[in-house]
Design a protein around this ligand. Structure first.
Ligand SMILES: *Cc1c(COP(=O)(O)O)cnc(C)c1O
Length: 415
């Protein structure tokens, strides 16, 4: 461990909560160098929806490497990229009647968001953005400007401008009609709101504390954007790729965002990959106007294609995710009911779930107690007050119940 303290920057974070050295990982289990195995309710912060070293994906990757398939290609045409685009179109876009051009903006979530913001500004000629309270969109300057968390914003070192925050769904605990303020300032010529190019929203806020927006709220937002000629960007970096059940988290609302950002689980294997999906009429980029060296990491295309074929050719994964999500919800509800007065709150949708703690510091203590018991999970929210339950979607029912039992035990030990 001293290697990391001596040589790696102080910015390292996850390793501080889990001070062991991991070596191997399969499915929903990670093993450290001492041979201790941990059940994974973290899933790479949503980058491992299909688990660690998923055999269907690993086989495709090994075959590709074995035949000397191109690894790096900027945005040259490759067989791996063609197969990904065709498979994505056939299995994801067409069945959902979605029409998007696919931009490869760079290999991370924040690059997908940066491309979306840049394109929205180019298309509309406007610079202002609307974001939401407790949003998280990434750590580069554009993404940070539409991110809520004050600690993360503070790292920017320059003013973060051109974004106006609006209340997310349920920000006032249901006491205020949806979009009361947003609609008023849009329509009032005296409000001083700069005309927005776009709204950027998560359907369930992951880093913001597992806050789900209701389908009718999302529909209301889409409708408001349509009436006021504002582009709608859905950041599906964490909640996409089946995390909430359907492939895209916005499907429950029946909306069609103008731009969609994907990353985290799109490669399926934990390899870096990002996508910005753009309605064809908005694809006004000039060649090379938005660029990047790593927009063609072909091993990621190979595993992404394998993941789509394995899990998205039918509805089995979607159904099992919803069923597992119900299991988690039932277990958390039972836990909360068994601890009256502990001030706990069950949150989330699909397999993006959380337990909110009225006493914020207890969430980190519960995560630490879970770690001692061999379970990995992280916290989120502005005060790290939510213990986040995000297992791989492929977790077995036994592993899921085992993990939930460990979690319940960990929570009881701290409240
Ligand atoms: C993780 C995340 C990002 C940023 O992705 P990076 O790959 O860490 O840059 C952006 N938006 C959301 C919703 C995320 O969860």
């Amino acid at each position: 461990m001293s290697t990391f303290a001596a040589l790696e920057s102080e910015v390292r974070s996850y390793c501080r909560g889990w001070p062991v050295m991991f070596d191997t990982a399969v499915g929903s289990r990670m093993t450290d160098v001492d041979g201790k195995t941990y059940l994974d309710f973290f899933a790479g912060a949503g980058a491992l929806n299909y688990g660690h070293n998923n055999p269907a994906l690993k086989g495709a990757l090994i075959d590709y490497l074995q035949r000397d398939g191109v690894t790096h290609a900027l945005d040259m045409h490759t067989v791996a990229k063609r197969e990904f685009l065709e498979t994505f179109s056939e299995l994801v876009l067409k069945p959902r009647k979605l029409d998007y051009k696919v931009q490869f903006p760079g290999p991370t979530g924040t690059t997908a968001v940066e491309a979306a913001l840049k394109l929205a500004r180019k298309v509309t000629g406007k610079e202002a953005m609307i974001n939401f309270t407790n949003a998280f969109h990434g750590m580069t300057l554009g993404s940070l400007s539409v991110t809520g968390n004050s600690m993360k914003r503070g790292g920017a070192g320059i003013p973060l401008v051109h974004a106006t925050p609006m209340p997310y769904d349920n920000y006032f605990d249901g006491q205020v009609p949806d979009f009361l303020w947003f609609e008023k300032v849009l329509e009032d010529a005296g409000s001083s709101l700069n005309e927005p190019a776009a709204v950027i929203v998560e359907t369930v806020q992951g880093e913001g504390g597992i806050n789900p927006a209701r389908a009718e709220w999302l529909r209301g937002l889409a409708e408001l954007c349509r009436r006021h000629d504002i582009l709608l960007i859905v950041d599906d970096v964490q909640m996409g790729c089946g995390r909430t059940g359907p492939f895209f988290s916005f499907e429950i609302a029946g909306i069609q965002p103008d731009i969609v950002c994907l990353s985290k689980s799109i490669s399926g294997y934990g390899s870096p990959m990002g996508l910005t999906l753009v309605k064809p009429e908005l694809d006004v980029w000039s060649p090379g106007e938005h660029n990047g060296t790593f927009r063609g990491y072909n091993p990621a295309f190979v595993t992404a294609t394998a993941a789509l074929r394995e899990y998205w050719a039918d509805e089995r994964l979607e159904k099992s995710t919803l069923a597992k999500g119900d299991t988690v919800e039932a277990s958390l509800t039972e836990l909360v009911e068994s601890l009256p007065g502990a001030d706990l709150q069950v949150k989330g949708r699909g397999l993006a779930r959380g337990l909110g703690f009225g006493k914020a510091e207890l969430a980190d203590r519960a995560a630490a107690a879970a770690f001692e018991r061999g379970l990995l999970l992280e916290t989120s929210g502005p005060d790290s007050e939510v213990a986040k339950i995000m297992p791989a979607l492929t977790i077995s029912d036994d592993e899921l119940t085992d993990g939930l039992d460990i979690f319940a035990d960990a929570v009881r030990s701290v409240v």
